[in-house]
Ligand binder design. Structure first.
Ligand code: EPU
Length: 311
């Protein structure tokens, strides 16, 4: 036993004690496998893992980890992340805060809210403007961070304001103008703020017209590959499509172990069974290098990499 090892263990005990005192015993897990929580179904464990059910859970968990100088990662539905095979250090919080309220044409929802549930509830309340969320796997918080959407519509357009926990653990309210929304971009990609909730605005529409649009959105997705993936791996570069460029490099159907560049859509990488994060990452790098070599275009990843990577 090294002295350094003792210090690390004591700090871990101290963190776990403080955490349980604030959030209840038996809720903090150690070395929890993350693969079941992410769409790609790959990756190693979270050092520490906690499921936040309420806004208070989320705020207190983040604060407690930060006080222990521990890195914090928030996971929604793991729809757009690749977890490394060695896992993620620090505390991973699975965000399942699902409060929601409808006020006229506005919706207030917590960041762990499922996007499809949000679209369905908006439909029940005859609020249009959220149909495009059908078929997008994910939570509201994740959608806001990545300004998720289709090619025509994205969540940022519907946001009036976002409540977030800043780096000093203060709760702030940001208006849309302060959120720096762009194509698959928001301020939250360059800060360590945690999205807590958002106020969204739609418009009055009949239930029948909303349902018809929801149906069209689902049908539009049938050309996308099914199976464990993270949707589009890369953002589309200006004026072109990542899928078209990767296909033109002859990479459709290229396989590394269990990871496959989809035959159906080249910007999707599938886990066909037993893939490792390393294999998926290698395919991402291969596609990126091929497109750069052939077209001189540097593709930018839409997926986020969690954990430690050696390249
Ligand atoms: N294409 C190819 N080869 C391929 C794939 C696509 O040539 O292998 C061509 C298609 O023929 C089409 C063009 O590329 O002309 C665009 O393809 P698609 O309609 O499939 O849309 P996309 O640009 O690849 C974007 C979003 C999707 C969203 C769809 C529909 C990005 C990075 N992706 O895909 O979002 O569902 O539009 O609105 O902007 C996601 O972000 O994870 C995602 C799935």
């Amino acid at each position: 036993m090294t002295r350094e090892g003792d210090v690390v263990r004591a700090a871990a005990c101290e963190f776990a004690r403080a955490f349980e005192a604030r959030l209840g015993s038996g809720r903090l897990r150690y070395q929890e496998p993350l693969a079941p929580y992410v769409n790609w179904r790959v990756g190693g464990p979270a050092e520490w893992f906690f499921i936040a059910r309420t806004r208070t859970d989320l705020i207190v968990a983040v604060r407690t980890a930060r006080e222990a100088a521990m890195p914090v990662t928030i996971l929604g539905y793991g729809a757009n992340v690749l977890v490394s095979d060695t896992g993620v250090a620090g505390l991973v919080i699975l965000n399942r805060t699902e409060g929601m309220e409808v006020r006229g044409e506005e919706i207030w929802a917590e960041s762990g809210m499922n996007l499809v549930t949000l679209a369905r509830r908006a439909c029940e309340a005859e609020i249009g403007g959220f149909e495009f969320l059908m078929g997008i796997p994910g939570t509201l918080g994740g959608a806001i961070v990545g300004n998720a959407g289709t090619r025509e519509e994205w969540i940022g357009e519907r946001v009036l304001e976002v409540e977030a926990l800043d780096e000093r653990n203060e709760v702030l309210l940001w208006s849309r103008a302060q959120l720096d929304f762009g194509y698959r971009r928001s301020r939250f990609q360059r800060t360590s703020e945690v999205v807590l909730a958002a106020r969204l605005k739609g418009y009055r529409a009949s239930r029948a017209s909303i349902e018809a649009k929801m149906q069209r959105m689902l049908e539009a997705r049938t050309h996308q590959p099914s199976g464990p993936s993270a949707g589009s791996v890369f953002k589309n570069p200006p004026g072109d499509y990542a899928g078209r460029l990767i296909e033109a490099c002859g990479l459709k159907g290229y396989r590394l172990g269990g990871a496959l560049i989809s035959e159906q859509h080249a910007n999707f990488i599938l886990n066909t069974g037993g893939a490792t994060a390393r294999e998926i990452r290698a395919l991402i790098q291969l596609a990126k290098a091929a497109v750069r070599e052939r077209f001189g275009i540097l593709l930018e990843e839409e997926v986020r990499f969690l954990g430690v990577w050696d390249s």
